[in-house]
Design a protein around this ligand. Structure first.
Ligand code: LLP
Length: 423
């Protein structure tokens, strides 16, 4: 569910007409709904009710400071994967004890800053990382709380580029080696084992892989406890999918996911952490773009938009589907025509959709990409020297630009031409 609906013949973001924002801020523009972020957080919170839990928003999905403030005010913890993300979480007002540090390549510098600033736990992904963390913590005279990310070797049945729980993926340590790795952790100075971490992939549309992975984690919890380790916390990762195609997709609901958690690990008396990103942010955002040209080709009509693959890379990178709808509500009886919907970038991959049925559209019309709140703005680039596009946050009947559009000159001015090339 989200708060982008047609009302009085046009698309609204909560109580603000999308066209009004487009007029005020220009296009392309990302528009987010505060109420939708909050709702998704609450849905997870309710799904885990009765279990001691912390929802650590995976900010890689959308790390705008205003969005992080919304999440922090709801009481969310955060899952971070770089010191940049760690600093964002802290500046958004999230205390260190609610921040978990994930990622396969944490540097000593990142470990140092997090240990000094305060951290809930490091989700350690390899033995060399564990050794380094032990060294850094010892140097600082600190104790580093850790979980080890185990790779349960289950097939998440999602796009290959975002599956992480198979043994061929770079993530975590094989679950079969967990006992030795935990034994090593117990020997190393300045580390304190607090639990187990698992994350099997993103955009999961089936609960079975979760069920399998969490069962393995439950077994491992008992084994490690028998070995003498303290396992008081289970980080179950993120990954629950969202309906990108509203017409024919109904991924599992957080409530049912909560039931799987309860059924598989609920009896262990552990504190449960989850790290949802997409399900919190995905449907809380639109990308709004204007049609620059209607190009009628041979047997194919192209809608050339002012947004491009640099603004929203998901279709080019993962063949991802985003629903694309007109901002002016089409008449129900309006005839639909198939369009190829493309951006202005000089690559054939700059195609958002092929043969997508839409009512007749033309120059100056606005379209909205749904489900663009996660992995949209954060994955954008300035390819083709296109400045990053602005982000707007709506809250009820008010809206604010939460990242302005830089001018072309500002973009160019970041480059430095050395003196010897100046003449
Ligand atoms: N925790 C860890 C350790 C992760 O690696 C990820 C996502 C998450 C949590 C959050 O997963 P989510 O709940 O958002 O599915 N750029 C891709 C998605 C990459 C996901 C990477 N890791 C996309 O646009 O589909």
């Amino acid at each position: 569910m989200d708060h982008f609906n047609y009302r009085d013949g046009q698309l609204f973001a909560e109580d603000v007409p999308v066209a009004e924002i487009a007029r005020a801020v220009g296009t392309p523009v990302y528009i987010y709904s505060t109420a939708t972020f909050a709702r998704h957080f609450q849905v997870f919170d309710e799904a885990l009710a009765g279990m001691d839990h912390l929802i650590c928003y995976a900010m890689k999905a959308n790390s705008n400071m205003a969005v992080l403030r919304v999440m922090a005010r709801l009481g969310a913890g955060m899952d971070v994967v770089s010191i940049g993300e760690y600093q964002r979480a802290r500046l958004a007002g999230v205390p260190g004890e609610k921040i978990v540090f994930s990622g396969v390549g944490k540097t000593a510098e990142e470990m140092r800053i997090a240990l000094e600033g305060g951290i809930r736990q490091f989700n350690v992904e390899s033995e060399p990382e564990m050794e380094r963390l032990s060294r850094v913590a010892t140097e600082l005279g600190k104790i580093a709380p850790i979980t080890v990310r185990v790779n349960p070797d289950v097939d998440a049945k999602t796009h290959a580029k975002i599956a992480t729980g198979k043994s061929e993926n770079k993530f975590g340590i094989p679950i079969s080696r967990a006992r030795e790795v935990y034994a090593r952790a117990a020997e190393l100075p300045s580390l304190q084992v607090v639990g187990i971490d698992v994350h099997i992939g993103s955009q999961l549309t089936d609960l079975d892989p979760y069920e399998m992975a969490f069962k393995k984690v439950a077994e491992l919890t008992e084994t490690l406890r028998a070995d003498g380790h303290t396992i008081k916390r289970l980080d179950l990762g993120g990954g629950l999918g969202i309906p990108y195609r509203r017409a024919n997709e109904a991924p599992p609901l957080p409530f049912d996911y909560g039931e799987v958690v309860r059924r598989t690990v609920g009896h262990l008396g552990c504190e449960i952490e989850i790290e949802p990103g997409r399900l919190i942010a995905g449907n809380a955002g639109l990308l709004v773009s204007e049609v620059i040209y209607l190009k009628e080709g041979e047997g194919r009509d192209f809608l050339i938009l002012d947004a491009a693959m640099n603004d929203l890379i998901r279709p080019a990178m993962y063949e991802a589907w985003h629903d694309i709808i007109p901002v002016i509500e089409p008449d129900v009886a309006a005839e639909q025509r198939p369009y190829d919907i493309v951006g202005p970038v000089c690559e054939s991959g700059d195609t958002f959709a092929k043969q997508r049925p839409l009512p007749a559209m033309g120059e100056g019309d606005l379209v909205a990409f749904r489900s663009a709140g996660a992995y949209g703005a954060v994955m954008s680039s300035e390819y083709n020297s296109r400045p990053l596009i602005p982000e707007v946050l709506v809250d009820g009947d008010r809206f604010a630009v939460i990242r302005p559009r830089p001018s072309v000159q500002e973009m160019i001015d970041r480059d430095v031409v050395p003196e010897w090339l100046a003449e």
